[in-house]
Design a binder for this molecule. Structure first.
Ligand code: DX5
Ligand code: ZN
Length: 217
């Protein structure tokens, strides 16, 4: 069964609690918090104070997606907000293994996020240490961008590798996800779908999640 993680980047920031309640009432499985530093990606977004407020305001598990240079500088302050999971970008640090150990030692799930140009094979040695892999299907930095469909074979080949090696890691997919590509993503082997614009623009959010989860291939 696919899980759905609304991205609060597309929420109403003047009424964040209201947006969180919308996600909860619609049947979301996670909340996704995008952290951008203006260096790793051109945009700036939420920091640890917002992440903490979200964790405290919701009964849903929170996943923090760190799109920052030198994530080691910020990790401690995000771990202190007690999210369920944190992903760091493969391209953002020379010490990914260390970061993953650090996240897990704090009792948090550790994921690695991959930019579109980064092959999943680049993190193959880390796979046994990870709790999940997050495949970007847009170039990170902004919501509302079109889905890059050439990422589907990358997701499928990662799923094949995981199955063949009997590792049951969830594959998260982030960027341009909605009703138009959910079937293909399911077929490719995705597990958790991050959805920003499509979720928050949907008139009937409960029905949107129902249809996403009902997708078949
Ligand atoms: C993009 C972010 C995404 C973004 C997705 O850099 O990582 O999580 O919020 O938004 P949509 O679903 O609009 O592409
Ligand atoms: Zn994200």
């Amino acid at each position: 069964m696919l899980e759905i993680a609304p991205s609060l980047l597309a929420a109403d920031w003047l009424n964040l609690r209201g947006s969180i309640v919308l996600a909860e009432e619609a049947g979301a499985d996670w909340l996704h918090v995008d952290v951008m530093d203006g260096h790793f990606v051109p945009n700036l977004s939420m920091g640890p104070d917002v992440a903490r407020a979200v964790v405290q305001a919701s009964h849903l598990p929170v996943e923090v997606h760190l799109m920052v240079e030198e994530p080691e500088r910020h990790l401690e302050s995000f771990l202190a907000t007690k999210p369920r999971a944190i992903s760091v970008h493969a391209e953002s640090s020379h010490h990914l293994h260390l970061l993953v150990q650090h996240i897990k030692a704090a009792g948090c799930q550790a994921g690695i996020a991959l930019n579109p140009a980064t092959p999943w094979e680049s993190i193959l040695p880390l796979m046994p240490d990870l709790d999940y892999v997050l495949v970007m299907t847009v170039n990170p930095g902004f919501g509302g961008q079109p889905f890059i469909s050439s990422m589907l074979p990358k997701i499928a080949s990662l799923r094949q590798y995981l199955q063949a090696s009997e590792q049951n890691l969830p594959i998260w997919v982030d960027g341009g996800v909605g009703l138009g590509n959910v079937s293909q993503l399911k077929e490719a082997g995705a597990s958790v779908l991050v959805t920003g614009s499509a979720f928050f623009k949907a008139e009937d959010k409960r029905e949107f999640i129902r249809q996403m989860k009902a997708a078949s291939h």
